[in-house]
Design a binder for this molecule. Structure first.
Ligand code: XMP
Length: 524
């Protein structure tokens, strides 16, 4: 019997047009959670490009301007002729209303935050589940609102401040919501997205980790043929899942290079080798470059210079190893969808560079290798699901983020091997206690920091004069802002006791209670 044909999850696509909302990525995540493939494109996408994309439906995002403002993002009017269902959210709904002959005006009162929406008796298929309780809570964020309904439309729900909080035209399959169904503060909001993509756009939900893996395996095989591929394995989620996926596709044609820069966590190198080389059978070259990194970092105290040195040294070491691999033509990288969106500049506004973030990416073009980026369509949660399906350990997939420069930015000032050793031990005790107490999973990121200052203490009958370890733990959704984690006192006390007793050279432990802003998460 012939093997079943691979199901391509890209067969059903939703197009999300970005009008500059801070929530656009969340819309995409909700669509993917409904197991439907989608892409975010700038609102200025041409009609030809839309046709070529062939979406089953279109979602217009919110935006922060007024539809009447000079230079405000406008929609491509011809998209309404494509004949696919369209859902407008907030600004997107206002654009739709105006285009279809309704009126949009500034409200007397701007509405930001929670609001109650009351449904009308016949609220249509899209909203039926959402409005099973009425009034229902939603998250609003608007200054303007629709004041006169366009011809052919009906009101599905209204709030005190928005006479048209939800509207629809069942004939043309056009839908609009003034509130944000994509955010968690709108309970059951996901039902609107789910009904839209699976009900109205008639998508079956083909975008699953299993189908993605089958498709990606075919795709990687077809792309690289018989060529050799190399990959810089860091032990982080993205490079690990990329390695497992590419290995499933082409087996021994993949060689991974794992660089030990001396700035990794305790036993990290051994764990990476155990998982990938021993357990999964990947070809992994472990390069011990600790001395080279330490030599280059000697005497350097400036955080940004340290980052640059670590980045450049990595590239040199990696390049050297890569040149030894005969016939390597491809470089596999763990680029994921948020990286793609950000570098495409689909997001408006320019972030201020507070820290330069070096990742394993940024390898020089003159290496003459073509890029293979099999995860570039996935969000982080999807990468984790794919990793799980490929059999990677849960702990590896759900680990807190670890910065590219590693302990290099957690040892304040000059990096020395003996500092790295102390920090590794302290950090391992901290992590072990967080896991044992169940707090690890509740924290977004936790780590120990080495302070190269000494303080006086007393242990037994003797005076000590030793280094300080600071403990950091934060809760955050997006790592742009973060709150310090309210760690129970008994747990803090146990961690501090263990570090002071077990790590010789440390006699004091402090807990960092700085949020971001004003602090950053890392200390450097
Ligand atoms: P900050 O310290 O800027 O950190 O609040 C936000 C998130 O980014 C991580 N981070 C880095 N990641 N290279 C990286 O790959 C870096 O140089 C770097 N600096 C910070 C940090 O761990 C946190 O998750």
């Amino acid at each position: 019997m012939a093997p079943p044909a691979t199901v391509d999850g890209h067969r059903e696509k939703i197009l999300i047009l970005d009008f500059g909302s801070q929530y656009t990525q969340l819309i995409a995540r909700r669509v993917r959670e409904a197991h439907v493939y989608c892409e975010i494109h700038p609102y200025s996408m041409t009609l030809d490009a839309m046709r070529a994309f062939a979406p089953r439906g279109i979602i217009l995002s919110g935006g922060h301007q007024s539809v009447y403002a000079d230079g405000a993002p406008a929609l491509e009017p011809e998209m309404f002729r494509l004949g696919v269902p369209i859902l407008g959210i907030c600004y997107g709904m206002q654009l739709m209303a105006r285009h279809c002959g309704g009126t949009v005006a500034a409200s007397n009162r701007r509405e930001y935050g929670p609001a109650l929406v009351t449904s009308l008796p016949d609220c249509g298929e899209l909203f039926r589940e959402f409005f099973q309780e009425t009034p229902t809570q939603v998250w609003m964020s608007h200054g303007d609102h629709v004041t006169a309904l366009p011809p052919g439309f009906r009101v599905a729900g209204r709030s005190d401040n928005a006479p048209v909080a939800a509207m629809f035209d069942p004939e043309r399959h056009l839908y609009g919501v003034q509130f944000h169904p994509e955010v968690n503060h709108t309970p059951r909001g996901e039902s609107i997205i789910d009904r839209f993509v699976r009900g109205l756009c008639a998508c079956q939900g083909l975008w699953t980790p299993g189908h993605f893996i089958d498709w990606a395996v075919d795709h990687v095989r077809a792309t690289v043929g018989g060529d050799q591929v190399i990959l810089g394995l860091s032990g982080g989620v993205d490079s690990s899942v990329t390695a497992a996926l590419v290995h499933r596709a082409i087996g021994d044609q993949l060689t991974c290079v794992f660089v030990d820069n001396g700035l990794l966590r305790l036993h990290e190198g051994d764990e990476v080798m155990a998982t990938f080389a021993e357990h999964m059978g990947l070809k992994v070259i472990r390069v011990d470059a600790q001395e080279e990194f330490m030599a280059n970092l000697a005497g350097v105290t400036d955080p940004e210079r340290k980052r640059r040195i670590i980045g450049h040294t990595f590239i040199r070491v990696f390049e050297r190893e890569a040149r030894r691999i005969d016939g390597a033509r491809w470089l596999a990288q763990g680029t994921i969808y948020p990286d793609v969106i950000e570098s495409a500049g689909a997001k408006t506004g320019v972030a201020t560079a507070i820290k330069s973030h070096h990742n394993v990416g940024g390898l020089p073009e003159d290496m003459g290798l073509a890029l293979l980026e099999p995860l570039r369509e996935l969000f982080k949660d999807e990468v984790r699901q794919v990793g799980e399906e490929l059999g990677l350990p849960h702990r590896m997939l759900y680990r807190h983020p670890f910065p590219g420069p590693g302990l290099g930015v957690r040892i304040l000032g000059e990096v020395k091997p003996e500092y790295a050793d102390l920090l590794r031990q302290a950090d391992a005790i901290y992590m072990a206690e967080l896991h044992a107490s169940g707090h690890y999973e509740r924290i977004s990121q936790a780590f120990a920091v080495f302070l190269p200052v000494r303080s006086v203490g007393v242990m037994g009958d003797g005076r000590t004069y030793e280094y300080v370890i600071a403990l950091r733990a934060v809760e955050t959704k997006d790592f742009m802002t973060a709150a310090w984690y309210p760690m129970p006192y008994e747990l803090l006390s146990r961690i501090a006791n263990r570090i002071i007793n077990e790590v010789s050279g440390v006699n004091r432990v402090a807990y960092d209670i700085t949020s971001k802003p004003p602090g950053t998460i890392e200390w450097e």
